[in-house]
Design a protein around this ligand. Sequence first.
Ligand SMILES: NC(=O)c1ccc[n+]([C@@H]2O[C@H](COP(=O)([O-])OP(=O)(O)OC[C@H]3O[C@@H](n4cnc5c(N)ncnc54)[C@H](OP(=O)(O)O)[C@@H]3O)[C@@H](O)[C@H]2O)c1
Length: 262
Amino acid sequence: MALNPSQKRVLAVIGVGPGIGEAVSRHFAEKGFYVALIARTEDRLRQIQDSINEANGNPSARYYVTDVRDETQVINTFAAIKKDLGPVHVLIYNAGSRRLRPRTILETPTEEFESFVRINMFGALFAAKCVLPDMVAVGEGTILFTGATASIRGSPGLGGFSPGKFGLRALSQMITREFQGKGIHAAHVIVDGPVQSDIIGGFVKSRWEKAGETEKLKEMDRYLMQPKDLAGIYWYLYTQPRSTWTQELDVRAEREQMFSKL
Ligand SMILES: NC(=O)c1ccc[n+]([C@@H]2O[C@H](COP(=O)([O-])OP(=O)(O)OC[C@H]3O[C@@H](n4cnc5c(N)ncnc54)[C@H](OP(=O)(O)O)[C@@H]3O)[C@@H](O)[C@H]2O)c1
C-alpha cells in the first residue's frame, strides 16, 4: 500500500486501451479511486496513466504490463497491486479480442482459437481468483465484465470470440451465484454494437466516410456507443444499492439494431 498513502479505494481494469478501458479508468479516478491499469502495450499504458494523474492533480493511476493469457503474469500483477496500492475493491474485466476479417472455423487454427478464448475468458477467471479472497474477507467488492453481442449470439467467422464471450457471461453468473451472498456484486454488460474507439468504431467510421454517410458522421452518438457514456454505466452498476443489484445489463446506441435481443 506504499504508493497509496491516502488509502483510496482500488479499481483494477484489465484491458486498458483507448476505448472503454481508458474511459472507465478515467471515470473511477475522477470519483476518487486509485486505478491499476492492465494491458500489454507499455507506451499506451504510460500515456493513459500520466494523463489520468495529470487530470486529477494527484497519483490516481499506475500501470502494470500483463498478458492475461498467462496465469502466472496475472498472479504476479495482482500481488504487485496489493503491495503497491492495497486490496482491489472493484475489478473490471474489459480485455477482449477478435478477428477483424472473419474466418470460418475450418480456416481457424486451433492455436488462434485458444488464444482468443484465453483473452476473452480465461484471463477473467485468473483475475477473479486473485481478487475474490480479499473481497470475501471484507464482505464487499464488485466485479464487472465487458461482454458483446457475441456473448449471446454465435457470430459466424469470429472463432474464439463468441465462445470466449459466452464463457465470460457464464463465469459472471457463476460468480454471482457463488459469491453474491458473501457481499460480492458481479455484473455482465452486453455491449450490443460498435463502440466509438480505435478499432471497431474506427473501422465503421472509415466505412461511412468512404460511403459519404455524412448524416451518420454528424451524429455519431446515435450510431456508436461513446466510451465515456459506457463508463457512466459501469459507475451506475458499481454504485447500485445492495437491495437492487443488476446481474446483467445490455446497452446499445439509439440507431443500433438490437442484434443481441431480437
Ligand atoms: N469496440 C467495440 O466496438 C466493442 C463492441 C462490443 C464489445 N466490445 C468489448 O468491449 C471491450 C473493450 O473494447 P474496446 O474496443 O473499447 O477496447 P479498449 O477498452 O480500448 O481496450 C481493450 C484492451 O484490451 C487489451 N488486451 C487485449 N488482449 C490482451 C491480453 N492478452 N492481455 C492484456 N490485455 C489485453 C488490449 O490492449 P493491449 O493490446 O495493449 O494488451 C486492448 O487495448 C472488449 O472486451 C470488447 O470485446 C467492444
